[in-house]
Design a protein around this ligand. Structure first.
Ligand code: AMP
Length: 416
C-alpha cells in the first residue's frame, strides 16, 4: 500500500471545512484592507531562494532542490515572500502606486523533522505590502494579522514584537553580541557554536535549555538601534497602542529568515513552547534590492494554516459546517432510474443540491443512505410514478409523504 510521503498529509473533506473557513476570513479581511490576491508557481529558480537567504541558514538547508530534465536547478517554494518579490520585479509592479499590497495562500516545502504542527509540506496564508517604509504600514499589517486571528474566534494569543535594526545599526549590535558570546564559547550547544560563526543573530532564538541563561544576559538589540530605526519602532508601537493592540516586546525575537530588518513580530498561543508560532512576519527593506531591484522597503507576514487549525481544535471553536445535500432521489426499476437521472439533473440546474441513488442498492438500502446523508427530502420514483409522471416526496424530519407531479418538485422544494 502506498502512503502519503513522510511529513505530508491528506486533507480529507471534514478537515477541508476548516480550510474554507480560514480562507474565506482571510480573503474577506484582505479585501477590507486593500490587499489583492496573487499566486506564484510551486517551484522557482533555486537561486531566487539562495539570494534571499544566505548559505548555511535553516531554510537553505531544508529546501527541496532538484534539477529538471534540462538540467535547470529548481526548488520547491519554501516560503512565500521571495517569489512575490520576484513577481513584483518581473511584472514591473513598482510602476503602480506604492505600496503594492498582495496576499496569497501557498504550499511551503521544508525538509524538517516531522512532529506535531511541523510538516514537510505546510500551507501559508500571507500578505506583503511592498514599496513604503512608513511605520503606519507596519501597524496596518500587524493589525490585519491580529484581526485575522481574532475573527477566526481564537483567543489567548500572545503577540510579540521587536526591532532588529537596519544595515547601519545591526552590524554594531552583532559585534557586541559576538563579543558577549565568546566568553561562553565552550558552554554553547553545537548549533550555537555554528551560529556564532555564521549567523550570530540566530543565537537569540536557540531553544536548547543549556543556552537559555546565556541568552538572558545577552545585550539587547533595541539598545543599539540608530535614531531612524528607533523613531520607526517607537511610531509602530504608538500606532499599535492607539489601535488597542497589545504587543509584548521580546528582545529575543529575530525570526528565522535573514532578510528581515526593523520590525519583526510573531503571534502564538499563550503558554505554549516557542515552537508553535502561528504567524510570523516583519520588514524586509533590503530584499528587493538584493534580488536586483531598486531599494524598496516592504513588510509582510505568513500564517501557518495547519497550526491555526490545530489551535482552533484545541480551543474547541465551532466551524460552520458545509451545506448538506437537500434531496436524495431513489428509484425502483430501470425505467424509474432513467427518470431519476433526468430529475436530479433538473434539480441541480435549479440550484438544489441533489444526490442520485447510484448502483443497484435495494430501495431499503437507498433510504438508509438518504438517512445517513441527513437530507431534508427523499424523492422516490417507482413504476407507477413513471407512468403518472409523478414522484413520492418524503419529508425526512416529519416522515410525511405525498404524491406530487415531477414538474412540481423543484418549485415545491424551493418554496419550502
Ligand atoms: P516562516 O515562513 O518560517 O516565518 O513560517 C510562517 C508560519 O508558517 C509559522 O508561523 C508557522 O505557523 C508556519 N510553519 C512554518 N514551518 C512550518 C512547518 N514545518 N509545518 C507547519 N507549519 C509551519
Amino acid at each position: 500500500m502506498f502512503k502519503a510521503p513522510r511529513g505530508t498529509r491528506d486533507i480529507l473533506p471534514q478537515e477541508r471545512t476548516y480550510w474554507r473557513y480560514i480562507e474565506e476570513k482571510a480573503a474577506h479581511l484582505c479585501q477590507l484592507y486593500g490587499y489583492q490576491p496573487i499566486s506564484t508557481p510551486v517551484f522557482e529558480d533555486y537561486q531566487l531562494f539562495a539570494h534571499a537567504a544566505p548559505d548555511g541558514t535553516d531554510i537553505i538547508k531544508e529546501m527541496y532542490v532538484f534539477k529538471d530534465r534540462s538540467g535547470q536547478e529548481l526548488a520547491l517554494t519554501a516560503e512565500g515572500t521571495a517569489p512575490i518579490c520576484r513577481a513584483y520585479l518581473e511584472h514591473g509592479l513598482f510602476n503602480l502606486p506604492q505600496p503594492v499590497k498582495l496576499y496569497y495562500v501557498t504550499s511551503a516545502f521544508r525538509y524538517e523533522r516531522p512532529q506535531a504542527g511541523r510538516y514537510r509540506q505546510h500551507h501559508q496564508f500571507g500578505v506583503e505590502a511592498i514599496g513604503d517604509a512608513d511605520p503606519a504600514l507596519d501597524a496596518e499589517v500587524i493589525e490585519l494579522m491580529h484581526r485575522f486571528l481574532s475573527s477566526l474566534g481564537l483567543s489567548g494569543l500572545s503577540l510579540e514584537i521587536n526591532s532588529i535594526g537596519c544595515r547601519q545599526c545591526q552590524p554594531a549590535y552583532v559585534e557586541a553580541l559576538k563579543k558577549y558570546y565568546v566568553a561562553f564559547k565552550n558552554q554553547l550547544c553545537p548549533d550555537c557554536k555554528v551560529r556564532l560563526a555564521r549567523n550570530p543573530l540566530r543565537l537569540l532564538d536557540c531553544k536548547e535549555a543549556s543556552c537559555q541563561e546565556i541568552i538572558a544576559g545577552a545585550p539587547k538589540i533595541t539598545d543599539y538601534l540608530c535614531s531612524e530605526c528607533q523613531t520607526h519602532f517607537q511610531s509602530v508601537q504608538k500606532y499599535l497602542t492607539e489601535l488597542g493592540i497589545a504587543c509584548q516586546l521580546n528582545h529575543r525575537l529575530v525570526r528565522g529568515l535573514d532578510y528581515y530588518t526593523r520590525t519583526v513580530f510573531e503571534a502564538k498561543p499563550e503558554g505554549e513552547g516557542v515552537q508553535i508560532a502561528l504567524v510570523g512576519g516583519g520588514r524586509y527593506d533590503n530584499l528587493i534590492e538584493e534580488l536586483g531591484g531598486k531599494p524598496t522597503p516592504a513588510i509582510g507576514f505568513a500564517a501557518g494554516i495547519e497550526r491555526i487549525i490545530i489551535t482552533l481544535k484545541d480551543q474547541n471553536i465551532a466551524i460552520p459546517p458545509l451545506p448538506e445535500p437537500v434531496v436524495y432521489v431513489a428509484y425502483l426499476g430501470a425505467e424509474a432510474k432513467l427518470e431519476t437521472i433526468k430529475l436530479v439533473s433538473r434539480l441541480r440546474h435549479e440550484g438544489i443540491a441533489a444526490i442520485q441513488a447510484i448502483g443497484d442498492k435495494s430501495l431499503k438500502g437507498q433510504l438508509r443512505q438518504a438517512n445517513s446523508l441527513g437530507v431534508k427530502y427523499t424523492v422516490i420514483i417507482g413504476e407507477r410514478e413513471v407512468e403518472n409522471k409523478t414522484a413520492v416526496l418524503r419529508d425526512m424530519a416529519s416522515g410525511e409523504q405525498k404524491n406530487i407531479s415531477l414538474s412540481e418538485i423543484a418549485r415545491l422544494i424551493k418554496k419550502r
